[in-house]
Design a protein around this ligand. Structure first.
Ligand code: ACO
Length: 275
């Protein structure tokens, strides 16, 4: 299935992986108001889509995403506060709230330029893989603004103090290898292997119980801002909830397969699903 919209494309070839592609290649996939509205709508649809087990966000052409569209998102909305409010809300919702709470695994596949506001969706995805030659740029100070819309916050969360301030203030570009070394992304691979490596990661994750993965990522994101006592309470409650709500009954299956059937070793692999 290939679903072409005005500024995005949704692809799914029946293997559980949905490719959500920012599709304004002639503008390096800069995010304009239409794209924000289309992405918000697409995430709503894909959340409930049974064909989507893993969601990959990427860009068409040479860029992942060149950030907010300076013409259509900034200049044209400067004198239109009502539309600015509506669009900036949509922009924040899809790139942060919806993506970071997306119930399925998400991977940012950074195929090229990743600038400014694009760091938000990069951070919100569960995994990020980049081409070694992809270029990252916190370009904001170069044109007189600070990295706003949560970009400074996500950079502070992802990078070390020194690296974060260095790139916020110099706006120097860095490539995929450097992004890997700074742990902004999981890993960088040669451009020609990017899609194949992304598929390999998605396939590895699709072998595991999706309800467990969902609970695990929700728990991780939630406990980051809690103290130890709160985290313990929360994790106990979350574990109890998973035990009763998991339609796969993963906990029982996992124990039965290891203890009784001796069919797998949890230290090395997931239990065989649908056994
Ligand atoms: N907003 C609007 N148009 C853009 C943007 C953008 N963020 N980025 C690229 N484009 C457009 C260019 O204007 C150009 O359009 P045109 O052919 O109609 O003139 C087209 O995309 C290609 O861009 P070039 O600049 O010609 O591509 P090049 O490969 O030489 O440079 C680079 C790539 C370095 C990414 C450059 O396009 C650039 O600096 N873009 C702006 C990046 C940026 O600062 N983004 C905003 C961050 S701040 C934020 O997101 C809040």
């Amino acid at each position: 299935m290939v679903d072409e919209r005005k500024t995005i494309r949704i692809e799914n070839y029946g293997d559980g992986i949905t490719w959500l592609v920012l599709n304004r290649p002639d503008k390096h996939n800069a995010m304009n108001p239409t794209m924000h509205e289309e992405m918000l709508q697409a995430l709503d649809e894909l959340e409930a889509d049974e064909q989507t087990q893993v969601l990959v966000i990427t860009g068409s052409g040479e860029a992942f995403c060149a950030g907010q569209d300076l013409q259509e998102y900034f200049r044209e909305l400067d004198n239109n506060p009502e539309k600015r409010l509506k669009i900036s809300r949509a922009s924040h919702q899809w790139r942060f709230q919806r993506l970071s709470h997306f119930p399925k695994i998400t991977i940012a596949m950074v195929n090229g330029w990743c600038c400014g506001g694009a760091f938000t969706q990069l951070f919100a995805c569960d995994f990020a893989i980049a081409a070694e030659n992809a270029q990252f740029s916190l370009s904001e100070v170069n044109w007189g603004i600070l990295p706003g819309g949560n970009v400074t916050k996500v950079v502070a969360d992802c990078l070390s103090y020194r690296d974060a301030l260095y790139y916020i203030l110099t706006a120097e570009t860095f490539n995929g290898k450097k992004a890997e070394a700074m742990r902004l992304i999981n890993y960088a691979v040669p451009a020609e292997a990017l899609r194949e490596e992304t598929i390999a990661l998605a396939q590895k994750l699709m072998k595991k119980n999706p309800y467990t993965l969902r609970a695990a990522k929700e728990a991780y994101r939630a406990v980051r801002t809690m103290n130890y006592d709160q985290a313990l309470e929360y994790l106990n409650a979350k574990s109890a909830q998973l035990k009763t709500s998991d339609p796969e009954r993963g906990r029982e299956t996992g124990m039965r397969e290891f203890l009784d059937r001796k069919s797998y070793r949890p230290g090395l692999e997931p239990y065989p699903r649908h056994s």
